[in-house]
Design a protein around this ligand. Structure first.
Ligand code: SF4
Ligand code: SF4
Length: 144
């Protein structure tokens, strides 16, 4: 990644809360134990209850939030947006500063086609981008 720091002058991003990334195509939203505990508290459930009702297993022992039939995240409400925004998982917090997205200008542009917040709003400097990339909450270097 160091050799590919095309983003050394920073990147602009400001979420418009459009919801595109919370619905549509199916995907994993990884949640660790601490995130499950916070989401469970918010939902008034114990950790085991939240885990059973709102998460599903991934390979390697990780867990993802469940999705509805149409691929929408189980925590997304079409009128209110993310119903757990303050406690949303790290993967949601670090978007779009994921290793797989910041990998190249071309990848950034591809993702920006579906995310109107990319390329607008405040400038995120290289240090803050690097910090997000160091633990972006996703599965790997290029897998998203
Ligand atoms: S697609 Fe982008 S702008 Fe829309 S909710 Fe997701 S992060 Fe925000
Ligand atoms: S947790 Fe919230 S921000 Fe993350 S995908 Fe689900 S609805 Fe969207």
């Amino acid at each position: 990644m160091a050799a590919a720091r095309w983003w050394r002058d920073g990147l602009r991003f400001e979420c418009t809360r459009c919801g595109n990334c919370c619905g549509g195509a199916s995907g994993s939203v990884r949640v660790d134990d601490a995130e499950i505990a916070a989401l469970a508290r918010r939902a008034g459930l114990d950790d085991a209850g939240f885990r059973a009702a709102f998460t599903r297993p991934l390979r390697g022992g990780e867990r993802s939030l469940r999705e509805r039939r149409d691929g929408t995240c189980v925590l997304y409400d079409p009128r209110r947006g993310c119903t757990a925004y303050a406690d949303r998982p790290r993967q949601c917090r670090t978007w779009p500063f994921w290793r797989a997205v910041v990998h190249s200008p071309e990848r950034w542009a591809e993702e920006a086609a579906g995310c109107p917040g990319m390329g607008r709003g405040p400038l995120h400097d290289a240090a803050s981008i690097a910090s997000a990339l160091a633990d972006d909450g996703t599965s790997g270097s290029l897998a998203g």
